[in-house]
Design a protein around this ligand. Sequence first.
Ligand SMILES: Nc1nc2c(ncn2[C@@H]2O[C@H](COP(=O)(O)OP(=O)(O)OP(=O)(O)O)[C@@H](O)[C@H]2O)c(=O)[nH]1
Ligand SMILES: [Mg+2]
Length: 384
Amino acid sequence: MFKFWKKKPTETPATKTDAETTVAAQESVAEPLPVIAVEEPNLPESSPPAAPATTTDSDSADTEMAALEVVNPPAIESSSTARATWRERLAASSFARGLSSLFQRNPRLDDDLLDEIETCLLTADVGVSATSSLVEDLRRRMHKREFADASALLAALRSALRELLQPIAVPLDVSGAQPFVILTVGVNGVGKTTSIGKMAWRFQQEGKSVVLAAGDTFRAAAVEQLKTWGARHQVPVISQGQNADSASVIFDALQSAQAKKLDLLIADTAGRLHTQSGLMDELAKVRRVLAKLDPSAPHEVLMVIDGTTGQNAVNQVRQFRQHAGVTGLVVTKLDGTAKGGVVFALAKEFGLPIRFVGLGEKAPDLREFDPAAFVDALLPSSLG
Ligand SMILES: Nc1nc2c(ncn2[C@@H]2O[C@H](COP(=O)(O)OP(=O)(O)OP(=O)(O)O)[C@@H](O)[C@H]2O)c(=O)[nH]1
Ligand SMILES: [Mg+2]
């Protein structure tokens, strides 16, 4: 167990110029500019340098001691272990269960089999559009006698599913800007804050310096939740009091990340529905304010989708893409009761890159999206 110095809230960092402060203040609805707290763990000298360059302007501030348990982060899994785990984690999805029971019955190669596959795909949230094009293509090829038996058809389904996902398996490349700014958005409870904590761990494992912005100022618990992830993985968190202006928190965080030449800023935001126009306007304001410090920021607007929400996820992405300029997706909670098919529906409908998927609650359970491992995990292993 390491001991951390937990800092009291400090004054606004001195690095902010008058002009910049004016920008934030003009944009801010909260007057006067709120106090910023930088929650930053201070590792003992004997410990290994977990995160590079994380000192803050407020190091001289009064401190109070808080003992926090440090969970030793597990290393990112080797690809062979990761493959095995994809299957383990996705085995409960109705996609995997439906197709397994269908093919265990040794079905005959006929139109009935295709009808059953169609039902399986629709039940698993693959969506009407993706399902029809997959099944109609297989039917056409079956009638041309391309398949010797049902397992040849399953093999063709496997490659068609992989092909559908291949174009959207584009990993997030954060090397294009410094600091690279990720703005995380989505509806309530989908896994935004958790995914930010997991991403922070992942990027840190890759040797990058990360800072988090507690831009969900809606509830006090949201700030605390992010701070807990920050403390667990030794990542500084920039926050202000509850009900502070979200854009102002994220602005300050970018300013601090720029001053310290950090690699990455990941900003949390409150969950919202597209119908909440005030909250959607807040996202537009965050973008405007960030652009004052770096016209190219945010470099990624990452929308988090709950994999258990089914076809509703398609509507959510449509709305957020229109209002918040989404550039990439994270699909969470694919372990457990998720049907799994929504990933195909999203691929067919939008072609937006899926940067990560959530296969569990621990940090290494956020995986870079691997279409082959994903499809193999959903289809019966013994066939095709
Ligand atoms: N099983 C599982 N649970 C997850 C995953 N990702 C997130 N969760 C859980 O989902 C719940 C909600 O996660 P949060 O990160 O708080 O979601 P949020 O989008 O930040 O929620 P709001 O801030 O309220 O909008 C938590 O209990 C997480 O542990 C995942 O990939 N798998
Ligand atoms: Mg949250």
